[in-house]
Design a protein around this ligand. Structure first.
Ligand code: GLN
Length: 203
């Protein structure tokens, strides 16, 4: 019970090495959450959950290793910290990354294979409405920007949303979740609310 109280008071962190972390901080604040930009291993110890933003996964990887955050993030993930990755963040959570650059590493944790830039240069960016049963009947407007797609997933992974052609673009497994797209830029806060509810019920 004391543990639960403590987690209730901890802020939600947003990994702030590169990418659109400001947008995520803004959405969390909109929801009345205390949100903190995470740049050091120490900050990682004082959060109830973590969002890994969109951006460029190879750069996030390099900076995470440079700042000594990669190891602590992996430990936090295996220790059960709730984490939500969007786009590049989903790539960082994937156990296996296809079309990675030479030497690129992910944090891992999600038992999935993702392909980077899966929609090719013909369709760099696009928007579509997605049915996400977990979030109610109103479809979610999803913005894809040089987005990854989930190629395959292990038995413990749940698909939260698929494109019309059946490709998986949102997943959850245990305390982890990820989307190929960017809910932080649409004004629809339901994915963040869903993550916050997972964070606050995880202790
Ligand atoms: N293509 C980027 C990557 O590989 C992801 C793009 C994004 O986060 N919008 O990391």
């Amino acid at each position: 019970m004391a543990g639960k109280h403590l987690v209730d008071q901890l802020p939600i962190g947003v990994l702030a090495l590169q990418g659109d972390f400001r947008e995520h901080l803004h959405v969390l604040q909109q929801l009345g959450e205390t949100a903190v930009a995470v740049k050091t291993p120490e900050q990682l110890e004082h959060i109830a959950g973590l969002i890994i933003p969109g951006g460029e996964s190879s750069v996030i990887d390099k900076l995470a290793r440079l700042y000594g955050l990669a190891g602590p993030i992996r430990s936090a993930i295996s220790g059960g910290l709730p984490v939500y990755g969007t786009c590049a963040g989903l790539i960082m959570l994937a156990d296996t990354v296809l079309d990675a650059i030479e030497g690129q590493q992910s944090f891992g944790g999600l038992d999935i294979v993702v392909r980077r830039n899966a929609f090719g240069s013909q369709t760099d960016s696009f928007e579509t409405d997605l049915v996400v049963p977990e979030l109610g009947e109103v479809p979610v407007r999803a913005v894809f920007i040089r987005a990854p797609v989930v190629i395959s997933m292990g038995p413990d992974v749940r698909a939260l949303a698929t494109l019309d052609d059946g490709r998986v673009v949102a997943v959850a497994q245990g305390t982890l979740m990820g989307t190929s797209f960017h809910p932080e830029i649409t004004g629809d806060t339901r994915f963040h609310e869903y993550f916050v509810s997972r964070v606050r019920s995880s202790s």
